[in-house]
Design a protein around this ligand. Structure first.
Ligand code: 13P
Length: 250
């Protein structure tokens, strides 16, 4: 059975006080049985929030990015070694906001993925197409190419550790969600492509999350699809009562 995952991506939101209250409320609610909850926390709060979730079963924190080098003169950047030193086990990589606003390419993301895996951490690797590509009907090729140019170049052993998040850019923060059928279609294609490169066993074992305007009302319909193993949730992960409903959407 694949791991069911409810992941939140807090992005650049909330004060320390708000973040602590949010994490504490989620710890109090608890991760539903059989569900792994992962919180994508801003760097400055990672250590603190990790300590809050430490006692809770199946709740982990993720960094929202990491640098590809292990150390050095990279002012303002954060390394996997630093993340390891505070016990962070998951790292979101390749979010469309990183790709679009910070120029992260498939090639750079492969380097980051290798660094994260080398540190013994698990990447949550994002992919997804812009609206124009969806409208042109070439979204499947576009997304599979993103994977071919990055994580499909890993060894099978390394690839098998990865979590994938499919996040169509047109659905991020827009309130417009991919329909359950659109999500299922892409997830099935991604799984098929994984099977072609790495074989059936790895394809069947890879958790593929959907992201893009997931909320309390639509989580169940999305997560009930056979190839949708959970969600990567932005806005709806910032309110404890809403995110708890998403966590219970399996
Ligand atoms: P929203 O859930 O706010 O659309 O954001 C999705 C996302 O980008 C998660 O990484």
């Amino acid at each position: 059975m694949r791991q069911k995952i409810a992941a939140g991506n807090w992005k650049m939101n909330n004060t320390l006080e708000e973040s602590v209250a949010l994490a504490q409320a989620l710890v109090d609610a608890g991760s539903p049985s059989g569900v792994l909850t992962i919180l994508g926390v801003p760097y400055v709060y990672l250590d603190k929030i990790n300590q809050i979730v430490a006692g809770a079963e199946n709740i982990e924190v993720a960094a929202q990015n990491a640098h590809q080098e292990l150390s050095g003169a990279f002012t303002g950047e954060i390394s996997v070694k630093m993340l390891n030193s505070i016990g962070v086990k998951y790292v979101i990589l390749g979010h469309s906001e990183r790709r679009e606003y910070f120029g992260e390419t498939d090639e750079l993301l492969l380097a980051k993925t290798n660094t994260v895996l080398g540190a013994g951490q698990i990447p949550i690797f994002c992919c997804g197409e812009p609206l124009a590509i969806r409208k042109a009907g070439t979204h499947i090729t576009y997304v599979i190419d993103q994977l071919k140019n990055s994580i499909f170049k890993l060894s099978a052993e390394d690839f098998s550790k990865i979590i994938i998040a499919y996040e169509p850019i047109w659905a991020i923060g827009t309130g417009e969600t991919a329909s359950p059928a659109q999500a299922q279609e892409m997830h099935e294609e991604i799984r098929k492509a994984i099977a072609e490169v790495f074989g059936n066993e790895i394809a069947e074992g890879t958790s593929i999350l959907y992201g893009g305007s997931v909320n309390a009302a639509n989580a169940k319909d999305l997560f009930s699809n056979k190839d949708v193993d959970g969600g990567l949730v932005g806005g709806a992960s910032l309110k404890a009562d809403v995110f708890v409903q998403v966590m219970n959407g399996f």
